[in-house]
Design a protein around this ligand. Sequence first.
Ligand SMILES: *[C@@H]1O[C@H](CO)[C@@H](O)[C@H](O)[C@H]1NC(C)=O
Ligand SMILES: *[C@@H]1O[C@H](CO)[C@@H](O)[C@H](O)[C@H]1NC(C)=O
Ligand SMILES: *[C@@H]1O[C@H](CO)[C@@H](O)[C@H](O)[C@H]1NC(C)=O
Ligand SMILES: *[C@@H]1O[C@H](CO)[C@@H](O)[C@H](O)[C@H]1NC(C)=O
Ligand SMILES: *[C@@H]1O[C@H](CO)[C@@H](O)[C@H](O)[C@H]1NC(C)=O
Ligand SMILES: *[C@@H]1O[C@H](CO)[C@@H](O)[C@H](O)[C@H]1NC(C)=O
Ligand SMILES: *[C@@H]1O[C@H](CO)[C@@H](O)[C@H](O)[C@H]1NC(C)=O
Ligand SMILES: *[C@@H]1O[C@H](CO)[C@@H](O)[C@H](O)[C@H]1NC(C)=O
Ligand SMILES: *[C@@H]1O[C@H](CO)[C@@H](O)[C@H](O)[C@H]1NC(C)=O
Ligand SMILES: *[C@@H]1O[C@H](CO)[C@@H](O)[C@H](O)[C@H]1NC(C)=O
Ligand SMILES: *[C@@H]1O[C@H](CO)[C@@H](O)[C@H](O)[C@H]1NC(C)=O
Ligand SMILES: *[C@@H]1O[C@H](CO)[C@@H](O)[C@H](O)[C@H]1NC(C)=O
Length: 528
Amino acid sequence: MAGLRVLLCLGALLARQGSADLGAVAIGEVHENVTLHCGNVSGSRGLVTWYRNDSEPIFLLSSNSSLPPASPRFSLEDAGALHVEALSLEDDGNYTCREVLNETHWFHVWLKVASGPDQIAVNISATGALSNGTLYTAWGSRVDFSCHSSSQPPPEMEWWLQTHILESLGKNLTANSFTLLQMSQNLQGNYTCSATNVLSGRQRKVTTELLVYWSPPSAPQCSVAVSLESATLELTCSWDGGYPDPTFLWTEEPGGTVLGNSKLLTLRPAQLSESREFKCVGSHIVGPESGASCVVQISSPLLASQPMKTCFMGGNVTLTCQVTGANPPARIQWLRNLTKPETAIQPSSHYQITQHSQGSSLTIYSCSQDVDEGFYFCRAENLVGVRAVDIWLSVKEPVNVGGIVGTVVSLLLLGLAIVAGLMLYYSPVFCWKAGSTLRGQDMGDVMVLVDSEEEDEEEEEEEGVEEAEQETYEREGLPKEMRKHGHIHRVTALVNGNLDRLGNGLQELHDDSDERQSDIVEEEDKPV
Ligand SMILES: *[C@@H]1O[C@H](CO)[C@@H](O)[C@H](O)[C@H]1NC(C)=O
Ligand SMILES: *[C@@H]1O[C@H](CO)[C@@H](O)[C@H](O)[C@H]1NC(C)=O
Ligand SMILES: *[C@@H]1O[C@H](CO)[C@@H](O)[C@H](O)[C@H]1NC(C)=O
Ligand SMILES: *[C@@H]1O[C@H](CO)[C@@H](O)[C@H](O)[C@H]1NC(C)=O
Ligand SMILES: *[C@@H]1O[C@H](CO)[C@@H](O)[C@H](O)[C@H]1NC(C)=O
Ligand SMILES: *[C@@H]1O[C@H](CO)[C@@H](O)[C@H](O)[C@H]1NC(C)=O
Ligand SMILES: *[C@@H]1O[C@H](CO)[C@@H](O)[C@H](O)[C@H]1NC(C)=O
Ligand SMILES: *[C@@H]1O[C@H](CO)[C@@H](O)[C@H](O)[C@H]1NC(C)=O
Ligand SMILES: *[C@@H]1O[C@H](CO)[C@@H](O)[C@H](O)[C@H]1NC(C)=O
Ligand SMILES: *[C@@H]1O[C@H](CO)[C@@H](O)[C@H](O)[C@H]1NC(C)=O
Ligand SMILES: *[C@@H]1O[C@H](CO)[C@@H](O)[C@H](O)[C@H]1NC(C)=O
Ligand SMILES: *[C@@H]1O[C@H](CO)[C@@H](O)[C@H](O)[C@H]1NC(C)=O
């Protein structure tokens, strides 16, 4: 910086005549040069001598070249002006110029030497710093801003905020420090501290960008999905709502083998096997220090269904298949192995397929023996594995067709009932046990006939069947499941068909036995 930085303010006008005046003010800066004028007269002058006024005036320089200057820093310029090089704070003071012409004139100049402001020290706490030096703080935190600089005379400090809310007008705070209590997104922005030397007008500023970060509000969620091409499995770690975006780390558990570090992890078929567990750890710069994690397990489907189903000719039947544990969700198909390869059943007027969250149901309308009897397969498949269960569907003719069979069964039952009655009479406990054994062996027709007969005795209509049946089971203490399997349709058939005939034969006997049986069972239920 070559030029002289001189800011000359004429505090008062210099009188041409008269010995003293209020003088002028000159401002210089440390390390710079300054020129002090001897009055405001231009052109050639008389003999000019400069003094420094402290307690005693000190000679500095004269236009009489036989008198050497007090310091090489001083030199005379045009019109008797004093040039001072390399100012220091000690040069601050009053200077006098004496001009001797026809008369002697005195001119006074007050030299003010300014210094600074120096480097500004900005302290913004508590914040973290990114690798590029930008500061960040957590949402809701308290931030203290302070700013220091020194200068001669002391600087004027000011904070200039440029944030999203203050952007349009900005805000200047004439203070060294201030505090923001609840940092929010709106307060993210540029914070400038400036220090101004009022004497020299010199200003320094430091701008600090402050980002306001927050971690996602809830825990990460791991999920599994099949890619569009169905060839790969995509594990997704959803941990949204934070700023900036968190980082992710996918590992396989146990062992912690690192598999990826993005939100999405793609698994190729070769990587898919039963019950592998994957963990995603999300890390956020202002989030929990240890990170937040979720775990996902991939597994093939597990299937459950009844092994056998019966349908009456012309009736409807629904086969169901429960799927559990499949992750990703399985595709479920119903198949028959009538051909090779097996053919998948398509929905039609004959078949209805209903998929639900727990599995799938196949409803066959209007069963016919030659078409529908046989094995059905429920097959569930996902990228991890495939499972299938078979269900045997038997198609029967309604029972009333076989009247002879009915009669035979009735007679057989009659015999059994008599025996049972006798046993009951002599040894009730034994009878109950025998009854249980009988049921365990065959939950079929024998049991049902007793139920029906009971109903008949009470002269109930069709609606009563279920109620009565339930009652009986409760008394008998049979597990609920047993009742579900293969019973209800048989009862219905009997009601439709052979009820009257069977009832007539058994009624008398039953009047006796049923009541007693109930009593005994009750006794059995009580704790002894
Ligand atoms: C001060 O003046 C001297 C001589 O006139 C010159 O060499 C020097 O560069 C000047 N310094 C500044 C800071 O202007
Ligand atoms: C010097 O002072 C006189 C008044 O005293 C003024 O009229 C004149 O303009 C000044 N000259 C300069 C160069 O400042
Ligand atoms: C400065 O010194 C001169 C010469 O000694 C004297 O006449 C003048 O009054 C002094 N001025 C001040 C402001 O001290
Ligand atoms: C210059 O200074 C010298 C030595 O002090 C002196 O002898 C001489 O008279 C001075 N000249 C003028 C013009 O004042
Ligand atoms: C210079 O003189 C003025 C009066 O003209 C006085 O107020 C001031 O304090 C003096 N400055 C110094 C540094 O002595
Ligand atoms: C100074 O004196 C000279 C002769 O001694 C004279 O001619 C001149 O006019 C005077 N100047 C002033 C401003 O008084
Ligand atoms: C910044 O300010 C905080 C208190 O507000 C203080 O603890 C810390 O030491 C300061 N840092 C520096 C570098 O001055
Ligand atoms: C520093 O990095 C952050 C995040 O990457 C960015 O937002 C900011 O603008 C960067 N600052 C500078 C000065 O490059
Ligand atoms: C705030 O200060 C800056 C720089 O110091 C200045 O440019 C701006 O005009 C000031 N704004 C207000 C409103 O005072
Ligand atoms: C802060 O300054 C940076 C760099 O100059 C700029 O990219 C950013 O937009 C500014 N931020 C605000 C809120 O003005
Ligand atoms: C079989 O289902 C069809 C359609 O829901 C219905 O119309 C028909 O009555 C059902 N047949 C029997 C025997 O329940
Ligand atoms: C269909 O599957 C069942 C059960 O796996 C099997 O017993 C039967 O032989 C198969 N039938 C044909 C035609 O392959």
